[in-house]
Design a protein around this ligand. Sequence first.
Ligand code: ISJ
Length: 360
Amino acid sequence: MAKTLSELRVLIDSVDQELLTALNRRAALANEVGELKRHDGSPVFRPEREAQVIHGLQSANQGPLKDSSLALIWREIMSACRALEAPQRVAYLGPKGTYSEEAALRFFGSSIQHVPCTNFDEVFHAATSGAAEFGVIPVENSTEGVVTRSLDLLLNSPLHIVGEISLLVRHHLLRTQASLEGIEVVLAHPQALAQCQHWLTTHLPHAERRAVSSNAEGARLAAGNPAWAGIASERAGAEFGLHIAAQAIQDEAFNRTRFVMVCLPAVMPAPEASGKDCTSLVVSVPNRPGAVHDMLVPLKQHGVSMTRFESRPARSGQWEYFFYIDLQGHPSEPHVAAALQDLRGICAFYKVLGTYPLAD
Ligand SMILES: C=C(O[C@@H]1C=C(C(=O)O)C=C[C@H]1O)C(=O)O
């Protein structure tokens, strides 16, 4: 005979007690790991180990919980366990409610110390000076392409990339009332204005588009003026008590932004191989015919696949470029190491930006 609601709730309560005991056993073990790490000075955060934990559970998962739910649940469990060792201080483009903050929470879990910054330069500065241990910066968007300032900052920074995450970015038009009437100014980060330009031209052709330091900052300002609207996330709207005047106004439905996590190598060395890794480099070659082709030959020869290739002006005035390359694999794999060695030999400039587990 089927169980009654109260019988089912009694069973759920007893499973929760088992979970509580198991979670606290796990937390106590993580605490012991923390003791060991403090002793030998090794880093608290090991993203490759966390990736392995999640992949291991997903391959053992028989349902009904979805693999994506497991990843979210264990991200939080590991974040809370890590916070017992030492909570990570994470810098990102603030204020509260930005997509950068969401990327930080998705990557590190919510047991972190927030270090909100006013621009990307400040994020780099915070992570370099020690005000934060990690920085989170957007590097590319599926509608607008590269975030140029982030790439330029990575070039000369002592920080290296230790992780990545990709977020589905849905922009909403937020204001003090739920209608489009009487909007004179739309405030947002230039990237968001660009990602919504078709919608803005169609629906608010006469509104001024005003660039501000972040989308959440635009939402904050819109809360103080009924003729202003911001373009930001639902979370930013909730943060500043705004209504959604128009939902999902980004021109591409599947608008995604990829964020990377950066830190000083002294805070955390390059993650070890997780089995699904990415290595990011920036290189330049002499400005002569065939140079770019030659640069790609070692990758082909050693069977390394390239997942990203971007160029940025070298600012020499000579039409020279830096190339930002993402490769699949980890330098501890012999074919990747061989390709990198050959590549290094033919490049005028060569810098590994980081090697890290691929986002799911
Ligand atoms: C417990 C550890 O430290 C951190 C927490 C982890 C966890 O809770 O599973 C995993 C890796 C580290 O980021 C560890 O290194 O094993």
